[in-house]
Design a protein around this ligand. Structure first.
Ligand code: SF4
Length: 1014
């Protein structure tokens, strides 16, 4: 695909902006961008540009959001995508009121969570099949919660989903949910795609605009596309567009969420039968050794065909990647799961030896190297027993992370904090009867009743047992803190005496507050609990501590997810926590955004979540009866529809067939994740899985080990110095790099572990101001004419605010009004101040870019606020600082950082946008002192080279995982000794600098010392 794109661009002269490449995940998109550049370089004469320019490479749903914003900025520019956890919190919040889901629940006769789950699944199906059609009430969606309920109740689902109590109740809820998203300026993943298709169907002029721009399309993983994606692709292509689609029907594994392999088959037949179409078989496998390829080929023959599509065998394509010993591909069986898990742990210990810094040999891009933990994956069909594997690894001190799948909620550290948050919120008991509900997980992992208090105590005991610092005193304080927090949230005054044992001053300060609590910030509360639990101590060295922190970082992302829908009052908080528990126990996947640097730990993952990834070593575990193939695979799915729609959304497409072809495809995907070492394992003495005998036989036929005793597998290992894989690309942004430059450990907590900063009420202020500035620079002449008419100017800004361009989700009432007035004032001042410039010059607002720093193979992305077209290609880069104290507190840049930022933009403008930027101007919008309103940054060759050099050095250090380093920059506030007191993560950071600051604070306030028994 990358080669095809490079050819179009470099040889056929197709403008870069006319090319769109769809990938299945953001991670795949990153890889594709690097490859396209490399291939463009390969076919371009030296010295010519190898940039991607305005080419879009990314997922289809991100494309949809971008297209909606481009085509209808007045509606969608301020819309965000709402991820899974957030949308469940939103649904939970509106369950009884706005959404009327209790009616749907009554019609179904089910429990609350089942009703929510069934509703969202069916709502997504409508969108995935391009069937959703909602008529919204007239007028703009309300901007505050007051008018929401009335507005949403008037929405109508026009799609005929059938007659009867269930379809009719569903129709009411679906229309209201869609309207509710609109009120909150959100699109969820499925709505985002359906929305673009609806727009393109309704407005032919917009389709023409898209087709004029996009003429060449590539689509990866076409076997998993769903009907709405297929319709979008066809709509973009029209009669004249060029399409290259790549797929393998043997890897179609997302049928249960609308993926339709028959769409690939339609495309296959169409291209095969058309005069200018062509089907090319790509049979080279560049990932695996010949033996692994032979096993996968043998297995593929058991998968049923899809109409006329062929299934060519893969051929070995990578010369150096050869098999070194028969036991490197093996299929040992064990009497029980414990022994299976124990064997896997032992073998990981045999493959990686941190004690002497070596690992078993693997061949990479830069030659041979020794393996590290992050080269190893334990893949499982379902996460039901993931904990067994995790525990076995942990017993041998092997760091492991559950990178995806609901097992995140089976980690004692995650259960501890869920228990604490639940207790804070006033939840008495966790509910749920399904096999993967939170009570079930609590029973399996902790063996205690599903009440927050019992969970806290049992999880704390489990953590103590695993060697983490969790003293009885800390546990007692946590119980106290959560009980007092609950009282505080209910508006009760907390007795000061009772606060004495607590250690964290911020928590104490919050609890000391008087009066009713109007709103809570869940991420802030979570971090106060992390602080009181002293998790900073877990960071120091042990593998168990590192994985616990990783899991807590993932939980932090999920907490931010539930906070996304907006303003939280104490009663919302309770429902948010219930939603988090219910959703997370069944689904908790971390956000799809890939981590910048993988933690040095073994990955335990479901096969679905490992799609698109590859590992030198794969243990495919738990190939047991009813686990793989899953006992649920062929079970009929019920949908709340009736009548003709069932011919279009056929529930049979959502489940497996009698040959278990989808499960077989899943096995094929699992086998082909491995590069060199592949171990397929099962356990139990009763009935074997039907898949086990076949896969074992394929391994035997390919020359792998099936009869050797497990202790002899793997043999014939050669050891080399352990080196992390270097071919992992770094895809980052200026803001991420800035965190590293300021404090490498901050970057580690934020970008490697996934901790989110807390949200404050001014969140979104800066973006709102930038939205207004974008509007100003999109129609500069028009705005210049308003400069001398203060009334008209203010009215114009007010109109933009009412259109939703300045939308703050986390504030209301007086603070919102204050921030709106401030925004109005600074935008009006700006127009008056720069009216001459606006009248005479042209601008390009919000220019997104990605530029490659070759030396470290680092792709840096960003968006330039405005490019002022002085005399193109000579331009000036404008950057605005919005100047709201509350929102700017954590993002204020020192002068040298600001210069670095503008210089990087300069590099991008020169390389990617082919401009000649002379200088940058940083404009401080709220500044009243004329001398300090604008700072000029020279963008000469020296400044640009220096910026590239700084980024290269930082990227190199990130690759080398230099994260145990504290603040590198002077404090913003001169009274501080270093940056720690100004840091988002001060309260639970484990580095010495942070610990020292916290200890000094304890001393000065005479609070209990860490781990005191008080
Ligand atoms: S608290 Fe200090 S050491 Fe820790 S991440 Fe923040 S700045 Fe770095």
């Amino acid at each position: 695909m990358a080669r095809r794109v490079a050819w179009w661009v470099a040889v056929d002269d197709v403008p870069r902006a006319s090319v769109v490449a769809f990938t299945f995940t953001e991670k795949a998109a990153e890889e594709m961008k690097f490859r396209i550049r490399r291939h463009i370089q390969g076919v371009t004469p030296p010295g010519e540009t190898m940039t991607l320019g305005g080419m879009y490479v990314g997922t289809l749903h991100s494309f949809c959001l971008k297209a909606l914003r481009d085509l209808k900025p007045e509606v969608y520019h301020n819309f965000d995508v709402l991820a899974e956890g957030g949308r469940l919190a939103l649904v939970q919040r509106g369950y009884h009121g706005i959404l009327g889901l209790s009616g749907f629940q009554a019609a179904l006769g089910s429990g609350q969570y089942a009703a929510m789950e069934d509703f969202l699944e069916a709502y997504d199906l409508l969108n995935e099949y391009g069937e959703a059609d909602v008529r919204l009430p007239k007028g703009r969606a309300p901007q505050n919660s007051k008018g929401e309920a009335e507005w949403c109740k008037e929405a109508v689902l026009k799609t005929n989903v059938g007659k009867g109590a269930v379809p009719e109740a569903f129709a009411v809820c679906a229309a209201r949910y869609y309207a509710y998203l609109r009120c909150r300026r959100f699109l969820d993943f499925s709505t985002c795609q359906a929305e673009l298709l609806t727009l393109l169907r309704r407005e032919p002029t917009l389709v023409e605009r898209v087709r004029e721009r996009v003429t060449h399309l590539v689509v990866d993983e076409v076997q998993d596309i769903n009907p709405v994606q297929y319709a979008i692709i066809r709509s973009i292509l029209g009669e004249r567009g060029r399409l290259t689609a790549v797929g393998d029907h043997r890897q179609a594994i997302f049928h249960w969420r609308g993926g339709r392999v028959d769409l690939m088959s339609d495309l296959y037949d169409e291209l095969k039968g058309s005069a200018d179409g062509e089907v090319i078989e790509l049979s080279n496998n560049f990932r695996s050794t010949p033996r692994i390829i032979a096993v996968a080929n043998g297995w593929a023959r058991t998968i049923g065909g899809v109409r006329s599509m062929t299934s060519p065998d893969m051929e070995h394509g990578r010369k150096g990647r050869v098999d070194r010993h028969p036991t490197h591909v093996a299929a040992p069986a064990f009497p029980d799961r414990q022994r299976e898990a124990g064997w896997i742990a032992e073998k990981i210990n045999a493959l990686v030896r941190p004690d002497n810094g070596t690992g078993a040999l693997h061949d990479g891009q830069d030659g041979n190297r020794g393996l590290t933990y992050s080269d190893i994956a334990v893949l499982i069909r379902s996460t039901t027993d993931a904990r067994t594997y995790m525990t076995a690894l942990s017993a041998l001190g092997i760091p492991a992370v559950v990178r995806a799948g609901p097992d995140l909620f089976s980690q004692p550290e995650v259960l501890l904090f869920l228990g604490l948050l639940a207790r804070m919120a006033g939840v008495d008991q966790f509910f749920g009867a399904r096999h993967n509900s939170l009570p079930q997980r609590i029973q399996t992992v902790l063996g205690c009743p599903p009440t927050p208090e019992a969970v806290i105590q049992a999880a704390a005991a489990s953590l103590r047992q695993s060697g983490l610092l969790m003293t009885a005193a800390v546990e007692k304080r946590l119980l106290l803190a959560t009980a007092l927090s609950q009282a505080r949230m209910q508006g009760q005054r907390v007795d000061r005496e009772k606060l004495n044992p607590l250690r964290n001053p911020k928590l104490v300060e919050w609890l000391r507050g008087a009066g009713s609590t109007r709103r809570v910030f869940p991420q802030a509360l979570y971090q106060l609990l992390l602080a009181e639990a002293e998790v900073g101590n877990w960071e120091s060295g042990s593998a168990r501590g590192a994985t616990a922190m990783f899991h807590l970082g993932q939980l932090s992302s999920l907490v931010t997810g539930i906070e996304t829908p907006g303003w939280t009052d104490p009663s919302d908080f309770k429902y948010q926590i219930i939603a988090l528990c219910m959703w997370g126990a069944a689904n908790a996947r971390t956000e799809e955004a890939p981590l910048l640097v993988a933690p040095d730990a073994v990955t335990i993952s479901t096969i679905h979540s490992a799609k698109g990834l590859e590992f030198p070593v794969v243990f495919l575990a738990d190939v047991n009866n009813r686990r793989f193939p899953s006992g649920w695979a062929t079970r009929a799915r019920s949908v709340p529809f009736d009548g003709p729609i069932l011919r279009r959304i056929d529930p049979r497409h959502l489940v497996d067939n009698a040959n278990y072809d989808y499960e077989r495809r899943l096995m094929y995907v699992a086998l082909t994740r491995s590069e060199r070492y592949l171990f397929v394992t099962c356990s139990g003495t009763k009935r074997r899985s039907p898949f086990w005998d076949t896969v074992r036989s394929e391994i035997g036929q390919a020359g792998g080990a099936t009869s050797q005793p497990p202790q002899d597998v793997p043999s014939g290992l050669t050891f080399l110095k352990s080196v992390h894989r270097r071919d992992v690309r770094l895809v980052t942004s200026f803001s991420d790099l800035r965190y590293y430059l300021e404090c490498p450990h901050d970057f580690y907590l934020r970008k490697v572990l996934g901790f989110s900063p807390t949200i404050d009420q001014a969140f979104g202020y800066g973006r709102g101001v930038h939205n207004l500035m974008r509007e100003v620079h999109s129609r500069p002449e028009e705005w210049a004419t308003l400069a001398d008419d203060p009334k008209a100017l203010a009215a114009r800004v007010q109109e933009l605010i009412e259109r939703g361009l300045f939308y703050l989700r986390y504030t209301t009432g007086e603070p919102l009004e204050r921030m709106q007035n401030k925004a109005k004032e600074i935008v009006s001042d700006y127009v008056r101040l720069y009216s001459d410039e606006l009248a005479k010059l042209k601008f390009e607002p919000e220019l997104e870019f990605e530029t490659l720093i070759e030396q470290e193979q680092t792709l840096v992305s960003g968006a330039i606020d405005v490019v002022r077209l002085d005399d193109p290609p000579r331009v000036t880069i404008l950057d605005f600082k919005s100047g709201e104290a509350e929102s700017d507190a954590a993002v204020r840049l020192a002068e040298d950082e600001m210069r670095l930022q503008i210089s990087l933009y300069g590099v991008a403008a020169k390389r990617e946008l082919e401009y000649q930027p002379d200088r940058g101007l940083v404009r401080y919008l709220a500044e009243t002192d004329p001398q300090r309103r604008e700072v000029e940054v020279a963008l000469d060759d020296r400044a640009l080279a220096q910026a590239v050099n700084t980024v290269t050095t930082a990227a190199g250090r990130i690759r080398e995982r230099k994260f145990q380093v504290g603040p590198q920059r002077p404090p913003r506030n001169q009274q501080h000794a270093n940056r720690c007191p100004e840091c988002d993560f001060l309260e639970f950071c484990g580095l010495n600098e942070a610990q020292a600051y916290r200890a000094s604070r304890v001393t000065s306030r005479r609070l209990p010392r860490p781990h005191s028994t008080a």
